[in-house]
Design a protein around this ligand. Structure first.
Ligand code: SAH
Ligand code: SF4
Ligand code: F3S
Length: 450
C-alpha cells in the first residue's frame, strides 16, 4: 500500500443505513488504495458525496451542495457523486454539474479502485449498472465508524417495485450474500469486540441464501448465536415477506433484539393496492398479531406516507386508526414525493400541498401522543442499555435499549462508564422519543474483555 500524502478524500453521506454502511466500505476501499480521509472539503483532493434520491428534497440537497462547492474546482479538486442519485441520473450529472469527475452507483463500487486510477490520469470515470447485475459489494476493507455496533449487509437491491419508490431503479435487483459469508463477517466483528450488529437490506425478509443453507430466520438465529454478540438487529422488513418464523427466532434467541421495524405506508387497503405494496390492511394486522403473541415484548416501528395520489380523507382516517390498532413506539412519517422512473410518477395528484402537510402534522401529533403513553408505561422498568455517549452538559449518559430506544440516564459522579459497555438502568421518566433513567449496575464492564 502506497502512502502518498497527497491522496486525500472527503466523503459526505446522505440517506439510509445502506448508504451509511456503503460509505464505510468505500472509505475502507479508498484507504486500501493509499488515500487518506480528511474532515473538510478544503483539505481534500477528492470530494465525494454518497447520495440519496428517496424524496425530491434529498436529491435537491445533493445538487445544492455540488453548486456550493463548484468554487473548489479551480483549486484542482476532483468531485465524485456516488449512490442513488448517481445511479439514477447517470452521465446526466456531468451535464448539470460539468466539474464532476466521477459518477458511480452502488452496484459498481467494486470497480472503484480502477475508477480512481482513471481519475488520477485526468479522465472522467463512470460506474453505472443496469438492474441485472449479480454482483455484491463484498470487501474485507470495511472501515467501520463505531467500534461497538456495526452493520452487515445481507441482501442488496430490491425487486418489490412499490409504486412510489426509486430504490429498485437505484440499487438494482435483489441479490443475497451467502449465509457463510455473513456469518464469517459476524464472527470477525465479534472477535474485534463488536457486541451489537445490525443486518441490513432494503427487504431483509426476501433474503435468499445463494448456497441454499439458511432461510432468513435461520440466519438470524445463527448470527444471534455467534459468541460475543449481545445484540442482533435487522432492517428493513417488508410485511409481505414477514413470516412467523422470524417471531419464533426472536422468541428463542435472547440476543435477537425485541424490535421489528415493519413499514406499512398506509392503513387503507385501497391505497396499499395503489402503492403496489402486495398486502392488505388485514394481512398487515395479522403479522402484528403474530408479533404481539411473542413471549417477549417486541417494540414495533413503521414508515408511513401521506398524500399518495388518490388518497382521500377516508383513506387518511384509516391510516390514523391503524396507529391505534397497532400501538407503534415510533413512526417515520413522510409526505409523498413524486420520483423519476416510478409507476406513480404520472398518476393524477390533485391533493394540494397544504392538505398533504396538514395530514402529516395530524399523523405526527397522533403518533407522538401514542409514543408518550407507551413510554410512560415503561417508567419503573429495569432495562439494559448499551452506553453510547456521555452528555457532559446534561450530566447524563446516553444509552440504547434492546427495543432501540434512547435512554438518557444519570450515574453517581464517581462512576465512570465505558462507551460500548452495557448497564442496567431503571426508567424514571418518559418523553415521546426517549426515556430517562438511573444507573442500577454495570452489567458488562469492558466490551473488549473476555
Ligand atoms: N425498503 C423499505 C423502505 C425504504 S425507503 C420498505 O420497503 O419499507 C424508506 C421509507 O421512505 C419508505 O418506507 C417510505 O415510507 C419512504 N418513501 C419511499 N419513497 C417515498 C416517496 N416517493 N415519497 C415519500 N416517501 C417515500
Ligand atoms: Fe422501495 Fe418498496 Fe423496495 Fe422498500 S420494498 S425499497 S419501499 S420498492
Ligand atoms: Fe436513499 Fe438510496 Fe437509501 S435512495 S434511502 S440512499 S437506498
Amino acid at each position: 500500500m502506497s502512502m502518498e500524502p497527497g491522496k486525500t478524500f472527503y466523503l459526505e453521506t446522505f440517506g439510509c443505513q445502506m448508504n451509511a454502511h456503503d460509505s464505510e466500505k468505500v472509505v475502507g476501499t479508498l484507504m486500501q488504495e493509499g488515500y487518506r480521509q480528511v474532515e473538510s472539503v478544503e483539505e481534500a483532493g477528492l470530494v465525494l458525496y454518497n447520495t440519496c434520491s428517496i424524496r425530491d428534497k434529498a436529491e435537491q440537497k445533493v445538487f445544492n451542495r455540488l453548486n456550493d462547492f463548484k468554487k473548489y474546482k479551480k483549486q484542482g479538486k476532483k468531485f465524485g457523486v456516488l449512490g442513488c442519485v448517481a445511479q439514477q441520473q447517470g452521465a446526466q450529472i456531468f451535464e448539470r454539474a460539468p466539474y464532476v469527475d466521477l459518477v458511480c452507483g452502488s452496484a459498481s463500487y467494486r470497480n472503484l479502485p480502477q475508477m480512481l486510477v482513471q481519475l488520477e490520469t485526468g479522465h472522467r470515470a463512470t460506474g453505472l449498472d443496469d438492474r441485472l447485475t449479480d454482483e455484491c459489494f463484498e470487501t474485507e476493507f470495511t472501515a467501520r465508524t463505531n467500534a461497538h455496533r456495526g452493520y452487515i449487509t445481507i441482501i442488496e437491491g430490491c425487486d418489490k417495485f412499490c409504486a412510489f419508490c426509486v430504490v429498485p431503479y437505484t440499487r438494482g435487483k435483489e441479490r443475497s450474500r451467502t449465509s457463510d459469508s455473513v456469518l464469517a463477517e459476524a464472527r470477525q466483528m465479534a472477535d474485534l469486540g463488536y457486541t451489537d450488529v445490525q443486518l441490513l437490506g432494503q427487504n431483509v425478509n426476501s433474503y435468499s441464501d445463494p448456497s441454499g443453507k439458511k432461510t432468513f430466520a435461520e440466519l438470524l438465529r445463527a448470527v444471534g448465536e455467534v459468541a460475543g454478540l449481545k445484540r442482533v438487529r435487522f432492517t428493513t422488513s417488508h410485511p409481505r415477506d414477514f413470516g412467523r418464523d422470524i417471531v419464533e427466532a426472536i422468541d428463542s434467541t435472547p440476543t435477537l433484539c425485541d424490535h421489528v421495524h415493519l413499514p406499512v405506508q398506509s392503513g387503507s387497503t385501497r391505497m396499499l393496492d395503489a402503492m403496489q405494496r402486495l398486502y392488505t390492511r388485514e394481512q398487515y394486522l395479522e403479522r402484528i398479531v403474530w408479533i404481539k403473541a411473542a413471549k417477549r415484548d417486541i417494540s414495533l416501528t413503521s414508515d408511513m406516507i401521506v398524500g399518495f395520489p388518490g388518497e382521500t380523507e377516508v383513506d387518511f382516517q384509516e391510516t390514523l386508526s391503524l396507529l391505534d390498532a397497532v400501538g407503534y413506539d415510533s413512526v417515520f412519517t413522510f409526505t409523498y414525493s413524486a420520483r423519476p422512473n416510478t409507476p406513480a410518477l404520472n398518476l393524477p395528484d390533485a391533493l394540494p400541498d397544504a392538505e398533504k402537510s396538514r395530514r402529516l402534522v395530524v399523523l405526527m401529533d397522533k403518533q407522538k401522543q401514542i409514543s408518550l403513553v407507551r413510554n410512560k408505561k415503561r417508567v419503573g422498568q429495569t432495562l439494559e442499555v448499551m452506553i453510547e455517549a456521555k452528555n457532559e452538559t446534561r450530566k447524563q449518559w446516553v444509552g440504547r435499549t434492546s427495543q432501540n430506544m434512547t435512554l438518557n440516564f444519570t450515574a453517581p459522579e464517581d462512576v465512570t462508564l465505558l462507551i460500548g459497555s452495557y448497564a442496567s438502568t431503571c426508567v424514571t421518566a418518559a418523553f415521546p422519543n426517549s426515556l430517562v433513567g438511573e444507573l442500577v449496575t454495570e452489567t458488562q464492564g469492558n466490551p473488549h474483555g473476555s
